[in-house]
Design a protein around this ligand. Sequence first.
Ligand code: FO1
Length: 327
Amino acid sequence: MTRAPRIVVLAGGVGGSRFVLGVRGALRARGLDDTASALTVVVNTGDDLWLSGVRLQPDVDSITYALAGVNDTERGWGRQGDTERVNHELQEWGAGWPWFTLGDLDLGTHLARTGWLREGLTPTQVLERMSHRWPLGARLLPMTDTEVDTIVVLHDGSRLHFQEWWTRHRATLAPAAFENPGVAASTPAPGVVEAIADADVVLLAPSNPVVSIGPILAVPGMRVALRDSAARVVGVSPVIGGKVVRGMADVCLIAIGVETSAAAVAGLYGARADGGLLDAWLIAEEDEHLASEVAGRGIPALVRPLWMTDAARSTALAEAALAAADV
Ligand code: FO1
């Protein structure tokens, strides 16, 4: 391919951030300077919430901070070297959630975003504005401009916001179901369908399939856009050797009746040829024995090193995903 490839990544969370960094790294390794015009990231906004009067967009911020190199790599969320003075003050007032930390620098982001939203900018316009501060090397688009929640329904019928279930209860309360109020009435954010239609490849990051990729795919029009695109759709398994790489995605998978296995997640996304999404699925060397099961589901399986333990490995994984689409 002589022109720069057009790549769309669907992503959310820490796995999404690392993978997006890898894709940018792979483009840079090919000598492409203007990676932002080649790489569009459609970000999950199902984790978003209002808290203490500000709009939080955890996945948008995780990916922005990671691309900017200002993320807290140990915690996996928030800003590196952040302090918690305002958070302490909020706790003294009994405002917000005592189990949920809003860092001082992070709050600057939330205040800026909330101000612009209140002035009438759409989330897409806010994100575009926020992308100017640092040279991100990618165009970030929210999955939709309308508010979508992720609600965890427990077996006793009680309902919690995803962030409460995740951060307060550390996903220890067994979920019966996940719901995304607002998603049925949502539409893909401006530019999303066009980016998918124009893409050479769409990559499904190794993000949580249920609460990160799931809400993106649940936006009406998203699956149709993927199916109609000439782009090859390549996914990367978030499960290695029967375990989720990070986070608590296994609890989420169990709740929707999907086994924690690279083959089962491939089955969840489905084969493009059968009306699903995938043209190819990358599985780890530890899961080589599952390649035939994935192939049996009509999805070509490629065995590659999936651990993104450093930037070089993330870049190599992204390069393998691009190569799987002949990009
Ligand atoms: N995760 C935590 O485990 N504890 C927190 O106090 C916390 C605060 C927080 C504030 C802003 C933000 O953007 C993310 C934050 N996260 C926190 C991470 C977040 O809950 C999840 O990891 C993601 O939503 C899952 O992708």
